[in-house]
Design a binder for this molecule. Structure first.
Ligand code: AMP
Ligand code: ZN
Length: 496
């Protein structure tokens, strides 16, 4: 089977065949969280999407260096250069050391990622740990003539840069439109041009996080850290750079400008951006007050939630949409995801002990269909990591696996090779690629409960109380459980 991976590149606005710079190796940089408060579910969606991409690249056999930073300095309240540093501000409010804030939310972030079964990155550098590299980068940009210093702050000169480069390339915008949509410079503004942005910011004496630099005491601009750390760990040019779509107009646009200014190259060949998780059509964000924290979802303790959902149900809910589509949060949509997830996870659980019956004559059509569904798992992921299509393919495989597990069909009807391929593909994609787990509550406990219900139904049947026995069967069916009475007189159950 031909395996070519196609990736949508936000920079060229095309789906392109993925060709890493160094065959067999992938360098991937993803903008990580700003650790001044809890990550909300929207942030989780983005990091889970990149976990899917990372996992699939690993599955394809690439050696991946996945760098995801921790923003612990430099991110001001707005994406521009105004407001206070988010970490410093929180530290002041809570009367803590900024590093206590950073430590607390970094630990929480790791816990949440772990709960969602997201693999840790290969390197997780922090902005505060790379101040020297950031200062060096500012020096290079100054030396190249693309920045200027004003009273202890250093700004990137967008106008100068735009003489030879397309500043708005990533966002598909023209410089004039960007200029027209930006506020005019106030009399107090030190910047020469409206679109200029800070590389280094002079710190007021009361600012909690500041470092010495050739321009005096200050701190780095937010966009600078990603250029400095991606350069350091992945080189001037690497394969994938990612983050949420909201980072395109400012953060990533400025990052590209910084890299071209200092090193003459756009840092990444493929720019991958995830779309937003929304609540009632509005981007989920801390500042809008419409965000859920992961633990509120697990406990159900939130005014907008009907009940609690398990982490795997939430992960599954995200996987049901392409990473490039918006996902609107709703109880109904997660309820539907829960039913679908439980069905596929029950299949994964059964698969572990499923043995093939003695081989009979091969049913060519079935054999072909099952191989086709295995291929579909790859085709869909190769099509820009299309996880909803992959779930469809797994669902198709699940139907066959369940019918073999419940002895509705004879598993000897397919070749041993196909049987093994079906098992391996399902397991690889369910666990390794999609990063799903069989949750405890859905394993032994469910089976024990079902065995009890089956026993009660059999007693009703033995007492010729067919009304009750049918009621049990139909009732279970309506909530997604199918009972199958087999020839040996026992009853199996499957999720439908
Ligand atoms: P932040 O901590 O605000 O810097 O955000 C961390 C990551 O989460 C960035 O890649 C953002 O683009 C992403 N993000 C923020 N809000 C959402 C959302 N509602 N849906 C999906 N991703 C988001
Ligand atoms: Zn970044």
């Amino acid at each position: 089977m031909e395996q070519k991976l196609f990736v949508y590149n936000s920079l060229t606005r095309n789906k392109e065949e993925f060709k890493p710079l160094n065959p067999g190796h992938v360098g991937m940089y993803v903008c990580g969280p700003t650790v001044y408060s809890d990550v909300h579910l929207g942030n989780c969606r983005t990091f889970i999407a990149f976990d899917l991409i990372y996992r699939y690249l690993l599955h394809l056999g690439y050696k991946v260096r996945y760098v995801r930073n921790i923003t612990d300095a430099g991110h001001l309240e707005s994406d521009g250069d105004v407001g206070e540093d988010k970490v410093s501000k929180k530290a002041k409010i809570e009367q803590l050391e900024p590093m206590e804030i950073v430590q607390r939310y970094t630990i929480d972030f790791h816990k949440v990622m772990d709960i969602f079964n997201a693999l840790p990155p290969s390197i997780e550098p922090t902005a505060t740990g790379h101040i020297i590299e950031q200062i060096e980068l500012v020096k290079s940009i100054l030396a190249a003539g693309y920045a200027y210093e004003v009273d202890g702050s250093v700004y990137f000169d967008v106008e100068k840069y735009s003489q030879n480069n397309d500043y708005g390339a990533l966002n598909g915008r023209k410089l004039e439109d960007m200029l027209n949509n930006t506020r005019t410079l106030g009399g107090q503004d030190e910047k020469r041009g409206k679109l200029d942005f800070a590389l280094w910011i002079k710190a007021k004496p009361e600012h909690l996080m500041q470092w010495p630099s050739p321009w005096g005491m200050g701190f780095p601009g937010w966009h600078l850290e990603c250029s400095a750390m991606s350069n350091k760990y992945l080189g001037h040019q690497f394969d994938i750079h990612g983050g949420g779509m909201d980072l395109m107009p400012t953060h990533h646009t400025n990052e590209i400008a910084q890299n071209i200014a200092c090193c003459g190259k756009t840092p990444a060949n493929y720019w991958i951006h995830t779309n937003m998780l929304t609540t009632n059509g509005q981007k989920m964000s801390k500042s809008l007050g419409n965000s859920f924290l992961p633990h509120e979802l697990f406990t159900g303790e939130h005014a907008l939630l009907k009940k609690g959902y398990s982490p795997m149900v939430i992960r599954f809910f995200f996987l049901q949409a392409s990473y490039r589509s918006t996902v609107d949060f709703s109880n109904d949509a997660i309820d539907a995801a829960e039913i679908f997830y439980k069905k596929l996870s029950e299949t994964a659980r059964k698969l572990a002990s499923l043995q093939q019956n003695a081989l009979t004559a091969v049913d060519e059509e079935t054999d072909k269909a099952i191989n086709g569904f295995c291929d579909d798992c790859y085709y869909s992921m190769n099509d820009n990591f299309n996880s909803p299509k992959t779930l469809e393919a797994l669902n198709n495989l699940s139907k066959w696996i369940n019918s073999y597990a419940a002895s509705i069909r004879n598993s000897g009807e397919i070749t041993a090779q196909t049987f093994e391929r079906m098992k391996k593909t399902y397991t690889d994609f369910f666990f390794d690629v999609l990063g799903l787990k069989v949750e405890d509550s859905d394993s032994g406990d469910t089976d024990e409960l079902m065995q009890l219900i089956i026993k009660l139904r059999n007693e009703a049947k033995a007492g010729k109380d067919y009304a009750t026995s049918d009621k049990i069967r139909e009732g279970l069916k309506s909530i997604g459980f199918q009972l199958n009475d087999n020839k040996q007189g026992t009853t199996d159950w499957v999720r439908i």
